[in-house]
Structures are given as C-alpha cells and as structure tokens.
Write a protein that binds this ligand. Structure first.
Ligand SMILES: Cc1cc2nc3c(=O)[nH]c(=O)nc-3n(C[C@H](O)[C@H](O)[C@H](O)COP(=O)(O)OP(=O)(O)OC[C@H]3O[C@@H](n4cnc5c(N)ncnc54)[C@H](O)[C@@H]3O)c2cc1C
Length: 384
C-alpha cells in the first residue's frame, strides 16, 4: 500500500544505507553472529558515512536533523537484507535521545563527536536481576560524596554492554516515601572506571549479533558532572524516551514480518510436495494472503505512529498500542511462515529460523506485552 512517511531526503539516505548493508554487513554477518557482536570498526565506518549521527548537531560532526525517520529507514533496510543491526539500533534509537535531551554543553563537547563518529559505543542499564518491568523498583544506588557519586548495584540483560565505552546507569540517588518514582537519576559510567565490571555475556535464544551482558558496580566513583539531567528526575525521562524505544521495536517487527513473507513466497515457489510446488496449495496462498493483509495493517499503524513521533505528538498509550499490535503481529506471521517451510524452517541455515528466534524478544523488551496492556488499560480509565 502507498506510504507517505518518507521524503526524497529519506529515500537518498535509504540508498546509502542499502549500499552499506549490502557491501559491508551482509558478507560478514555470519561471522558477527558467531562472535556475538558487531565489530567496533563497523560503528566507525557507519559514523564516517553519516549513518549514526543524523540527529547530532552539525558543530559536533553530526547531520543536525532530528528526524526519527532516518533511524526507521536504517532498520527497514537492515531487515530487508535479512540482517539486524541490534546494538547500532540501541545506540541511535534508544540511547542517543537521552544524550540529545539531557546532556549539557560540557557533556555535548565531550561525547557528541564520538557518538557521531561511531568511536564511542554506549549502553543503557535500567534492568536489574530483581526488577525489570517495575522500573521504580530499581535498587542500584548512587550516593553523593562531594562532587562524586558512589555507585553500588548490579544490572542485567544490557544490550551492547560488552563493548560500551559509556553506560547510562539508572540509579537511585534518593527516596521519597510518597512517590516511589522519585529519586532515580541517569549517571554515565565510563568503561575502565575502578569497581565497574562487565560480567557474563548471556547466551540468548536469538539476536545473536548483539551482546547482552551483566554489569556490576562496587563503590564506583563517578563525577557528578557525568549525570544527565536533573538529580532524581530519571523516571520521567525514561517515561518520555520509552515511547521512541517502543516505536523502534515496532518498526523492526513490521519490517521483519515483511521479510518473513518475502522469504516464504520465494521458498514455497521452489519447494515441491506431492509433485506440486507448495505454493500451489490453497492453504499456502490463503495463509500468505492473510498474513500480507495483517502486515499491511501493522505497517499503516506504525507509519502513523512514526509521523506522530516526529511531530512530538505520540502519547505513551499510543506507543504501547503500536508496540503491542506490531510485535504480536510479527509473532503470528513469523510462526506461520516457518510452518510453510516445513522441517527446513527449523534449521538455522534458513533465514526464517533466525527471524523466528529473533522475533520472540520483541514482546518482552522495551516493556512486555502485558505492561503495554497495563498502560493502555489505564488510558481507558481502568486503574487499580
Ligand atoms: C535480549 C534482551 C535485551 C535487553 N536489553 C536491555 C537493555 O539494553 N537495557 C535494559 O535496561 N534492559 C534490557 N533488557 C531487559 C528488558 O527490558 C526486560 O527483560 C523487560 O522489561 C522485562 O523485565 P523482566 O525481564 O524483569 O521481567 P519481569 O518484570 O520479571 O516480568 C515477568 C513476567 O511478569 C509480567 N508482568 C510484570 N509486571 C506485570 C504487571 N503489572 N501486570 C501483568 N504482568 C506483569 C511480565 O509481562 C512478564 O510476563 C533486555 C532484555 C532482553 C531479553
């Protein structure tokens, strides 16, 4: 169906992204999956090409255009080529907005050139072994001592944590007995700071190209000048930025669902059963036709949400609706596509198996489907 999200500038960016992915990602992707990471040099190369810093002001080496559609294009192109740029996506879609919104001039000078150039890699550490969905329950502490914070605690499931030079740590700097959401702060911890250790790289079901690690903080001293934004206000910052994070997951889900259908259409034309191409069975045609309609519906929904996000009009409940619908659609579609591959669909050498494994987490991270329903229900006046 016709899409009216992108302009000629976005399409030019798409060409650049498509060429880069074809030449510099696809040929190496299997190795990266095996290593469990995208190499640092690839970030630097993307920085050089201007793929990472479109939103960073020009004075720091960026493109100076804050327009989420460039991020969406990059994801769409990766999924079209049946690869994912997991840690890149986390860096520019999820983490960069915190720097853009809350870094002061001194911090911008310190960090923005490296973020635009792809020489500074980042992670965000919200989740802890004891708390994920309930972010107000964060227990990592940052206690003020003169012009430093002393951080103690543990984080888990941190995307890109292994190679990160800068980790935005969500830590408790205070408590308010009347409001458990108060008292959280964002503190940037640099790799190599004494007491900050990167622990196990977790072995995941899918998303093999991105590392997911545990982080530990034992009496880690960080200058107060590394705090992003106001002390104690991080919960509202998270609430604000999570809308974009959820749209990012949804953009990926819809793009992956399209790719699943395309890969399946190709496969069923070539595979024969009972002397006929699998594509000839009415069930195959009906399944793919129905899935195509579902994915177009999801595409229309996400396109609307992307435009609302660009206009700063996207509400938290709408971001939740879109994430819920698009990720659940992806799950249904990828599962049904895999079915049409038969036993080959279960083999990791076929892209549908990877799409299936990668898809599972979309209903969990950036807020689970159940948490999305909670947010939506509240917006319907169903509190309590
Ligand atoms: C691959 C991967 C990458 C990740 N990357 C990052 C990262 O970079 N940084 C980061 O900080 N975190 C990251 N996460 C963590 C992710 O955001 C959390 O896993 C997610 O928010 C869920 O939290 P949890 O795992 O603690 O589950 P829990 O909160 O323990 O939830 C368990 C179950 O209870 C349900 N549940 C919880 N609360 C409610 C409720 N109120 N009503 C109904 N049901 C409820 C959940 O929906 C879920 O089904 C990542 C996770 C994964 C798997």
């Amino acid at each position: 169906m016709r899409r009216d999200v992108y302009t000629a500038d976005h399409e030019a960016f798409r060409e650049l992204a498509r060429g880069f992915i074809a030449k510099e990602v696809v040929p190496h992707y299997a190795d990266w999956e095996h290593d469990g990471r995208i190499p640092r040099e690839t970030f630097a190369r993307m920085g050089e090409l201007g793929l990472l810093g479109t939103a960073i002001p020009e004075e720091y080496g960026g493109g100076g255009v804050r327009d989420y559609r460039y991020n969406a294009v990059l994801q769409e192109e990766a999924y079209r080529a049946l690869v994912t740029l997991g840690t890149v996506r986390t860096q520019i879609d999820v983490i960069l907005p915190y720097f853009l919104e809350y870094a002061n001039d001194e911090q911008r000078g310190r960090w923005f050139p490296g973020l635009a150039g792809g020489t500074l890699l980042t992670a965000i550490a919200m989740t802890e072994p004891g708390t994920g969905s309930d972010l107000a329950g964060i227990r990592t502490t940052a206690v003020r001592d003169g012009d430093e914070y002393i951080i103690n605690g543990a984080k888990t499931f941190i995307t890109g944590g292994l190679l990160a030079d800068l980790v935005i740590v969500v830590a408790r700097t205070g408590t308010d007995p009347d409001n458990r959401r108060k008292g959280l702060s964002l503190i940037v911890v640099e790799h190599g700071t004494p007491g900050f250790t990167k622990g196990r790289v977790l072995d995941k079901l899918g998303c093999k190209v991105q590392d997911t690690v545990e982080l530990a903080f034992t009496d880690v001293r960080v200058p107060v000048t590394n705090r992003l934004g106001q002390e104690g206000e991080a919960f509202s910052y998270l609430g604000h930025n999570l809308a974009q994070e959820r749209i990012t997951v949804a953009v990926g889900s819809v793009a992956q669902a399209h790719s699943a259908i395309a890969a399946t259409v190709e496969y069923v034309k070539g595979r024969k059963a009972f002397g006929r191409p699998v594509a000839d069975f009415q069930n195959t045609k009906f399944e793919l036709a129905a899935m195509s309609a579902e994915v177009e519906a999801a595409q229309t929904m996400i396109d609307r949400a992307v435009l609302d996000l660009v206009d700063s009009e996207l509400s938290a409940p709408d971001a939740a609706r879109v994430k819920l619908f698009c990720t659940e659609t992806q799950a249904r579609v990828v599962d049904r596509c895999l079915q049409l591959f038969g036993g080959y669909g279960y083999m990791l050498e076929y892209p549908i198996a990877r799409l299936y494994a990668d898809a599972r987490v979309a209903r969990i991270y950036a807020g689970t489907s159940e948490v999305m329903k909670t947010i939506i229900a509240k917006s319907l006046g169903l509190n309590g």
